[in-house]
Design a binder for this molecule. Structure first.
Ligand SMILES: C[S@@+](CC[C@H](N)C(=O)[O-])C[C@H]1O[C@@H](n2cnc3c(N)ncnc32)[C@H](O)[C@@H]1O
Length: 271
């Protein structure tokens, strides 16, 4: 599989999947901020726009990734052995299965994303890992996604499961996001976890509107949400300490410098 894409927009063959490389996509914009190579000129242009507004946006992406890893480690430490990562993004160091399987090699991880590039790269990464799978699905069709045979084959709903909606709900409307978290709550057993982060304007009120234009040419605008709006996603869940916090302030462990204020993070547990 090709891992690098040139500046001239050369036709890169990704199996037979139409990757729509003529327009920016969230997974690839994020990949660029994380220093990855799985992005194309329109993605880089959008990502650079954000950086021109605020140079700390790539750091915010790294801190979001670090939050995801802290949350998975904490949850694995409580004994959870099944993880469903929705809006998983392109593989990057410290993927969910790497963190979870470092705690217990038998941990099972399901990756889902609506960008087909995630499937092609994920399959290559996970080819010889029997406890993981990746398929294409949409958080707006949560039930369909939970009923998917590949998820059903790996996840035992008699046991608690951690569902990750990290940096993805801001790509769907309030109604769609609330329906998704409600459906997760209905489908998982007691003792399960919900891990979530969402972009916000509250930490950078002057620059947020301009930074949000990064997503103008993608399929969906970004929904910046307040702390209270993020907290509302946890209705019916027990919100763990410290509640909804800026990403680097959610149980910091010193692995990042923790200065960005572009996203809120929270973890809930089903009582
Ligand atoms: C900013 S990345 C976050 C990746 C990863 N969750 C993380 O936090 O490191 C957002 C991901 O959500 C995916 N995405 C956007 N809308 C989606 C939807 N409606 N359903 C599923 N995935 C979606 C994008 O393709 C992208 O890979």
């Amino acid at each position: 599989m090709t891992k690098s894409h040139g500046d001239e927009g050369e036709a890169v063959q990704h199996e037979l999947t139409d990757l729509q490389t003529d327009r920016p996509h969230p997974a690839r914009i994020y990949d660029y901020w994380l220093g990855g190579k799985d992005n194309f000129p329109p993605d880089r242009k959008a990502a650079e726009h954000a950086i021109s507004v605020s140079a700390d946006i790539p750091a915010a992406a790294r801190e979001n990734r670090a939050f995801l890893q802290r949350a998975v480690r904490m949850i694995a430490g409580t004994g959870i052995r099944q993880f469903v990562d929705i809006g998983a993004g392109l593989p990057s160091p410290g993927n969910v299965h790497e963190v979870a399987q470092s705690v217990d090699p038998d941990s099972r991880v399901v990756y889902v994303d609506n960008d087909p590039i995630v499937l092609t790269h994920g399959r290559a990464l996970l080819a010889d890992n029997r406890s993981t799978t990746v398929f294409t699905g949409d958080v707006r069709k949560l039930d369909e996604l939970f009923d998917h045979p590949e998820l059903q084959a790996l996840v035992d709903f008699e046991q608690p499961v951690a569902v990750l909606l990290v940096a993805v709900l801001h790509f769907v409307s309030d109604e769609e996001a609330h329906r998704a978290v409600r459906q997760v709550l209905e489908r998982v057993p007691a003792g399960s976890y919900l891990v979530l982060s969402n972009s916000t304007h509250e930490g950078n009120p002057e620059r947020a509107a301009e930074a949000a234009k990064t997503w103008d040419k993608t399929e969906t605008p970004i929904r910046l949400r307040t702390r209270d709006q993020v907290a509302a996603f946890f209705e019916g869940w027990e919100l763990l300490e410290p509640g909804v916090e800026f990403v680097p302030l959610w149980r910091p462990d010193g692995s990042t410098d923790g200065t960005t204020r572009w996203m809120y993070a929270a973890v809930g547990r089903k009582a």
